[in-house]
Each structure stands twice: as C-alpha cells, then as structure tokens.
Design a protein around this ligand. Structure first.
Ligand code: NAG
Ligand code: NAG
Ligand code: NAG
Ligand code: NAG
Ligand code: NAG
Ligand code: NAG
Ligand code: NAG
Length: 833
C-alpha cells in the first residue's frame, strides 16, 4: 500500500505558494547525443525514441564502434537500424546498413564497379555528424547527405545527392571531391543506395538470411521499390549456439535498376537466399538521376524492423509512417520524435535553472536522455512466447543498471519501472529464472550476482505496488535464485549455492561447484560471495515487506556472509584488513594464489579481471579488493569498524581514490564516492569526492564519460550527482551530497505528491558546496540521507542552507544512514526500508 498522505506536507506547500521550479521548454535542446562517442564510452548517438526498438545511426570503421558511431572522424560503413547503448565487449546489432553512394552500377568491383565490401565502399565524412534527440545526420564524400529519424519500429532515411562539388562549395573546409569520386564520375557514376544484409557490427551473420526485391508502379506513374527479408546473427554477450533472427521491410521511390551481390559477384536477380557465412552480401539500388533532379536531389527510404516477422516489419512501417512524399513528412516524424523526448525529459521533473551553467544543463539533460535509450520496448513484437505483459529486451546488463538506471526510473518515471518489473517477471515465468543480462532475444552472461533481486527490491521498498505485480511471486523468483542451482549459472541464477550454504563463502577452489555449463567460467569467488550476500539482503527486505519475518531473518543473516572473507591480516599501503579469497578447507589464499588488493584497479594489473577462462580468472571481477572491500551497503557500520573506525575509513577511501585503486569507470565504483557518509564526520568528504569525480570525469565533450555508458548507467550516475542525492540501490536510502540546481521538484508516480529540494545560498557548488543546515517541511533535519517514501512519496519541502565551511550537519552518529548491525532495516522492514 502507498503510505498515508502527510498532512504536514500540504500546509507547507500552501505557505510557499507557487513553485519556483518549472517545466523547462524544449529540454531536448540541451541534449547532445554525441557525448560519450569517444574514449570507449560506446554511446549510441543516433535517432531513436525512448526505449525505441529501432535505433539508427551511421556505423563507423573505427575500432570501438560498439554504439555504431565513433566521433573520431573515421569512415562510414553505412547507416544501420539497430543498436545497443554503451555496452562493452563485442558490439551488438548494427543490422541492415544503408549506404548512399555514387558508383559505376552493375559492374563488378574488379572492373571499376561499385565496391560492395564494407571497408572498401566506406565513405569519408566531410564534416562532423549532427545529432539531436530523434535525429542524426552525416555528410559523406561525393556530396551526399544522409539524415535519419525514427518512430518506434521504423527508420525514415533522407538522402541528398548534391550536384558534384555543390556541397563542397557550401561547406568551407570540407574535404571536397575525392579521388574516388572523381574517378567514379569519369566512369558515369550513378547515385545508388547499397543495402547490406550480412555485415552487422560484430560480423556475426550465421549463413541464414534472405532478401526479396519487388517494384510496383503507383498512381502517379512513378515506382516504389520494396526490399524485404531477414537475417540470423549471434548475440554479442550470450551463448554462441543461440542465433537470433531479425526482419526488415524497406521501401524507396525512383529506383531504375537493382542487382544483388555476394562478395564481389554481381547478379541481376531480384532475390538473395542464404548467402554463405562470412560473405558480404546485399543489394545495390540504382536511382533515377532525372527523378532526383526534379526532387531537389533528394530521396527517401523507409525501413521497418521486426523481431517477429517480415509481415510485421512491413506493418510497422506502414502504420507508423504511412505517407512519405515531401520533406515535410520527414520533418513531421522528426518533430514527433523530439516531442516524445521532451515529454520523457520533463514528465515529473521541474527545476529552476537560474545560475545553472549551459554546460551543466547540457551534461544533465544529455545524461538523462541516455538513461532512456535502453532497455528496448519490444511489447507486441515478441516471437519467443505469447504474452499480454510488457516486453523489454536489452537489459545489458542488470549488473550495471540495477545500481542507478532503475532507481532513476523509479524516482522519475514510476510507470516505466513498473513495466520493467512486469517484464522481468514475465521472463521468469517463461525462462524459469530471472535474467541478469539479456540482448537480442537471448540470455546474456551473468557477471556474478543475481542482481535482478536487488533491482526488484529497490522497486518494492520504494512503494511500487501495481496490482499487476504479485510481490509474493516476485519473492518466490528471488528465492529461487538463492536456493535452486540453475542449469548454467553463467547465464542466470547463482553458482556456488551449496558451497556457500556449507561454508558461508564461495571457495576459490570451487567447493565441488566447478563449471557445469558451457558459459560458466568460474573464479570471481570473492566478488560473487559479496554480490550474493547483498542479493540476499534484497530478498530479506521484500520478505519483511510481505510479512515473511522468518525469511527476513534468515536472509538478513546470510547477507552478512561477506564477513567470512574479511582477512584482517592483509595489508596494502599501510591499511589493514581486506576481502580475500579462501579455499574450501578454510585457509586463506597462499603464495602465488594470493592477490594483491590493488589488482584489477586502474593502478595495478587492470584489464585482467573480465570473464576469463577458469584457470586464469581472478577472484575479483572488474575491480580490486581495495574497491570491493567497501561494498557492503547493507552493513557499512561493520565495514567502518573492520577498517579501524571512522577516521581511518575516511582516509582509506581518499587514499583508494587518489591512488586509483578505486575506479569510477565501472559501476561498482559509483557508490564509493558517497560512502564517506557512513562514517562519523564523513559527510563533507562525500561532497568533496562527489564534486571532484564529477568535475574531473564528466563533461560535454565527445569523450566526456569515464567508461562504457553501459545502457545509461554512467549517465544515471551523472543525473543523481546533479540532484545531490545518490541511491543505495536495493534500499530506499539516498545519500545526500550537494545539488547542482538551486531548486528542483519531482512529482511522485506513486502518490502524485510533489517533493521539492531548495538550496539557499546556492552558488553552483563553487564555494558554498556543503549543506550546513536543513529543514524538512519546516522541521530541522540533520541526517545526511533521505528516505524515499518519507520524502519523495509523501512529498514536502527540503530546504538546504549551503555554506563554504562544513558544519556539524550530517556528521554525528545519529545522522548516519542505516546499517543492519546498528539496527537499520529492521524496525521499519515491514514498511519498506
Ligand atoms: C529561480 O530562482 C531565482 C533565484 O532563487 C529566482 O529569482 C527566480 O524567480 C526563480 N525562477 C522562477 C521561474 O521561479
Ligand atoms: C578518407 O580519409 C582518409 C584519412 O583521412 C584518407 O587517407 C583517404 O584517402 C580518404 N578516402 C577518400 C576516398 O577520400
Ligand atoms: C566471401 O569472402 C569471404 C572472405 O572474406 C569468404 O569467407 C566467403 O566464403 C566468400 N563467400 C563466397 C560465397 O565466396
Ligand atoms: C497521406 O497523404 C494524403 C495526401 O496528402 C492524405 O490525403 C492522407 O490523409 C494521408 N494519410 C495519412 C494516413 O496521413
Ligand atoms: C511499449 O510499447 C507498447 C507497444 O507499442 C506501448 O503500448 C507502451 O506504452 C510502451 N511502454 C512504454 C513504457 O513506453
Ligand atoms: C588448504 O588447501 C590449500 C589448496 O589446496 C592448501 O594449499 C593448504 O595447505 C590447505 N590448508 C590446510 C590447512 O590444509
Ligand atoms: C572529460 O572527461 C573525460 C572522461 O572522463 C576526461 O578524460 C577528460 O579529461 C575530460 N576533459 C576535460 C576537459 O575535463
């Protein structure tokens, strides 16, 4: 049940009169989709809707093109229709590239005809790409402009083939006509559009695919050409024996002739069937130069994409973009897309931007927009099972997103998070386990924990009580993760369940729980123990909420298992006590097995801590023991004690950050920026660290994020930092830091009430960066944390007075956030936190 209304909040709002925070007009104008397209950010910078199935962007030939487009000036391979955002590892999707070009049509490449091989046909860019929410454009050699906008399942491409040299004259400094173009024009080059069936970003085409071309004459005597078909590819972070199929249906006017190609071989045929694996195969469409001239050198191509069938791809295209004839039709789709972005950017969030720099607004809204690219809404386009529930794909991965993205949805877009919970439960019902990662209709690899548990607990404790969610069933799904060994724990659930039950930790020598599925890699015994402990804490909170107090007690106790891997004798840089790995026989790791607590950090043996073969995978996943030793947010009071008390704890966090033993570039490194607040005297240090990290590692340049965006996780971190609150995911606690807006308000999706944060003496956190005193609904407030239900659901006003020198605010024992060992999460467990 939602909490009862708070009378106090109502009178405060009346006293204050109108809110000074308001909905910004057209926040999309602050969004720069190109932020994060360099330095391994892997951001998807193209055209799409929030959660849209089609995400279209130019794929560049640069090495780090996981998101398609990289802002390094490299050549364009084509504009493809499907992408994921910010993922690491092998790139995902990138199907159905279209490349407008000029070349000698119908002639084999070896005789001077159109190049069909991806790298040979690639075109240079003649000026920087332009991107806005719902729109992307790139200028290519040969004076060609490629623009694209989208609806949910359909991309509308707009190609302009300027007269030779026209564009070069228009854009000073442009590369102009190239040697290739000059050569091509000598050979009577034709304007063409190349359609690529087999080159997805990872070149994972499996040898199954088809294309059919047909042309019809329409009423006015002109022609419309339709290319439809499908292809099968491999998931980028999933098992390699489960290919996925995706379908397309494209329409374009004014085609004079078409050929198919397989590698360099041209065929005058109207279909292509199962070109062999590793082939580069597709279609070249020759455009009517005269028709182009009479349409201001412009033409369009509309392409629907479906995960279900070719018919569905065609239906989507026709239903979503029924009419294309003039530029106005493109502009209408583009402006509808922008409207959708504006709606989601300002749905519940109001702010006063007086004194906020343009750069901060750009960083904030660009980050907020990125959090909504994934997961992808494929409701109504789901071939794997029949369902009336919402369906989302590209949970890539919950390991990344449970910490920030989903808490952000819960805060700003509760209906979306409600749908996400329903979709996860639907996956559970049909696959048998909650997922840890999914993409392209496939299960993805698990990185250690079963973090759906913590994501679901986060929604539960923050009051999501939609009638279509049965929380007793959710608890059953979470308990299954904890208690039932899955067929392959590399893909779902947990490994090491029996060993941990016996020993209280996962032993480094496997404990009889060696890899038992093709995807299981083993190792990571410390980080897995730690994650499973925290996941158990999440189970405990939901159990308490639904009144199962025995389960609560059992799982709250199990959640303290991380203590079993605390080795007080490990020393590093003068600090003692670290998480360490143990054998089944209870001994700590010995000799060459012992890991340096700095290992896997940017400072020491970085990059050797991914999913590696069993015999070399380390005991910590993608971060050091230095970092993991801070990560027990269910019981930070114990960690502070184990580390030798508040003063040492604060020094140790600073030391870890300053020496780069901690890493903001990966998601486990987010929370430690704010963990100072768990120590007496720590709150001002949280402010210092949060600001330093934000100002050092986040900016509005193309390289302005510190690591992979990971489906908007890094983006959500920047949003929460800007709001001056950071969620302890899986609980209803937010750690206060310092707001980067003078005032904002959020309307609760649970209660409809408004919570306002107002900062007095606010100067953009230049000098006055510490909260020195606060009132909540007129009463003094001294805690360095906020509880979601008490503030964001019940509504009210938090007034912060900012100052240049820290006060006692938030620093006393009674001001600290809850920990299990000091009585937190217990007396209020039934209510939600
Ligand atoms: C925003 O805040 C400033 C300074 O506190 C105030 O002068 C201004 O009126 C506020 N803007 C709106 C639209 O309320
Ligand atoms: C594309 O740019 C690269 C590097 O700037 C250059 O070496 C190459 O010749 C250009 N290609 C064409 C076709 O102009
Ligand atoms: C196309 O070329 C690739 C090598 O790039 C080769 O593996 C493949 O078999 C070729 N396909 C055909 C049909 O010749
Ligand atoms: C398509 O355009 C025609 C002519 O402009 C118009 O009559 C018709 O209503 C449009 N159809 C849709 C579905 O917008
Ligand atoms: C997801 O897509 C379905 C079908 O298009 C739509 O009805 C639903 O509103 C979408 N959900 C969200 C959260 O946008
Ligand atoms: C525990 O097992 C490890 C690894 O097999 C071994 O090196 C160590 O000597 C054992 N400790 C004891 C006390 O048997
Ligand atoms: C922008 O952010 C990136 C990524 O964190 C960082 O490497 C770079 O130094 C920053 N640039 C500036 C000018 O702050």
């Amino acid at each position: 049940m939602p909490p009862a209304p708070a009378a106090a909040a109502t009178w405060t709002l009346l006293l204050l009169g109108a809110h000074a925070a308001h909905a910004l007009h057209d926040p999309a104008r602050f969004v720069d989709p190109l932020i994060g397209t360099l330095n391994g950010g892997h951001v998807f910078a193209g055209a799409g809707l929030p959660g849209g199935s089609v995400k279209a962007v130019a794929d560049t030939a640069g090495g780090d093109n996981q998101g398609g487009y990289v802002s390094d000036g490299s050549a364009v391979l084509g504009i493809s229709q499907l992408h994921d955002d910010g993922t690491g590892g092998s790139p995902s999707l990138g199907q159905f590239k279209l490349l407008p070009s000029r070349c000698n049509f119908g002639v084999e490449p070896k005789h001077g005809g159109c190049h069909t091989r991806e790298t040979k046909r690639a075109l240079n860019q003649t000026r920087p790409a332009r991107a806005e929410p719902g729109y992307f454009a790139v200028s290519l050699d040969g004076d060609i402009e490629a623009e694209v906008t989208t609806t949910a399942h359909t991309a509308l491409h707009w190609f302009t083939f300027a007269e030779p040299g026209e564009q070069a004259e228009r854009f000073a400094g442009a590369a102009g006509r190239t040697a290739q173009y000059a050569l091509a024009s000598k050979q009577k080059a034709s304007p063409v559009i190349l359609f690529d069936l087999t080159n997805d970003l990872a070149h994972s085409y499996t040898g199954s695919g088809a294309v059919d071309i047909s042309t019809e004459t329409v009423d006015d005597g002109s022609s419309l050409t339709t290319i439809k078909g499908w292809g099968s590819y491999l998931p980028s972070f999933g098992p390699q024996d489960t290919p996925y199929t995706v379908h397309f249906c494209a329409t374009t006017p004014g085609v004079l002739d078409t050929v198919t190609f397989v590698n360099g071989t041209i065929r005058h045929e109207s279909s292509l069937k199962n070109p062999p694996i590793y082939s580069e195969a597709g279609v070249v469409l020759k455009l009517d130069e005269h028709a182009l001239r009479s349409s201001a050198h412009q033409t369009w191509l509309r392409i629907g994409v479906s995960w279900t069938s070719v018919e569905k791809a065609c239906d989507f295209a026709e239903a979503e973009i029924p009419n294309v004839s003039a530029r106005a039709d493109f502009d209408a789709v583009r402006s509808a897309a922008r409207d959708e972005w504006n709606a989601i950017l300002s749905s519940t969030f109001r702010t006063n931007v007086t004194g906020v720099t343009h750069d901060q607004l750009k960083l904030f809204y660009s980050s907020l927009a990125r959090t909504y690219i994934s997961p992808t809404n494929v409701t109504g386009d789901w071939p794997l099972w029949e369902t009336s529930e919402p369906v989302f794909d590209s949970y890539y991965c919950l390991w990344d997103s449970f910490r920030v993205v989903h808490p952000l949805y819960t805060l700003l877009n509760t209906p979306l998070q409600t749908d996400v919970v329903r979709s996860l439960m639907d996956i559970y019902r049909h696959e048998g386990f909650l997922p840890d990662c999914r993409m392209s209709k496939c299960k993805g690899k698990s990185q250690g924990g079963s973090n759906a548990d913590s994501m679901l607990a986060d929604s539960y404790v923050k009051g999501i009580r939609d009638a279509r969610i049965d929380w007793a069933e959710v608890l059953e799904a979470m308990r299954k993760n904890a208690e039932v060994s899955p067929p392959d724990w590399g893909l779902e659930g947990r490994g090491g369940i029996e060993a941990r039950k016996r020993l209280g930790y996962i032993p480094r020598d496997g404990g009889g729980d060696l890899p038992d599925g093709p995807t299981v890699l083993g190792g990571r015994s410390v980080s897995r123990t730690l994650e499973h402990s925290y996941n158990d804490f999440s189970i405990a909170l939901v159990a308490a909420g639904v009144g199962q107090m025995d389960t609560y007690k059992d799982f709250a106790a199990r959640s303290l298992d991380f203590r079993n891997l605390w080795n007080a004798n490990v020393m590093s840089d003068g600090f003692s006590g670290f998480l360490d790995s143990r054998y089944e026989n209870g001994s700590w790791s010995i000799g060459k097995d012992s890991e340096d607590p700095r290992k896997c950090s940017p400072a020491f043996e970085f990059g050797q801590c991914y999913l590696l073969p069993y015999d070399i995978v380390p005991q910590f996943y993608e971060a050091s023991s230095w970092e993991y030793s801070f990560l027990a947010a269910n019981d930070m009071a114990t960690i502070v004690d184990l580390m030798g008390g508040a003063e040492t704890f604060i020094k140790r966090l600073d030391h870890g950050w300053d020496r780069e033993y901690l890493d903001i570039g990966d998601e486990q490194g987010f929370l430690p920026n704010f963990l100072y607040s768990y120590a007496v005297g720590g709150y001002p240090h949280t402010v210092d660290r949060a600001l330093k990290t934000y100002r050092t590692f986040f900016n509005t340049t193309a390289g302005g994020i510190p690591g992979n965006d990971d489906s908007g996780a890094t983006a959500a971190y920047a949003v929460f930092t800007s709001l001056g609150i950071y969620p302890v995911a899986g609980t209803s606690v937010y750690l206060l830091s310092t707001p980067l807006f003078p005032e904002y308000s959020i309307t609760s999706g649970v209660s409809g009430k408004v919570a306002t944060v107002k900062a007095l003496n606010w100067d953009g956190a230049k000098k006055n960066k510490y909260i020195v005193s606060a009132t909540l609904n007129g009463e003094p407030y001294t805690k360095n944390w906020l509880e979601h239900n008490a503030f964001f659901v019940e509504g009210g006003e938090l007034v912060l007075t900012m100052g240049a020198t820290p006060s006692a605010f938030g620093t006393r024992l009674e001001d600290l956030p809850p920990s299990l060992s000091t009585g937190g999460f217990r007396e209020n467990a039934g209510r939600g936190y």
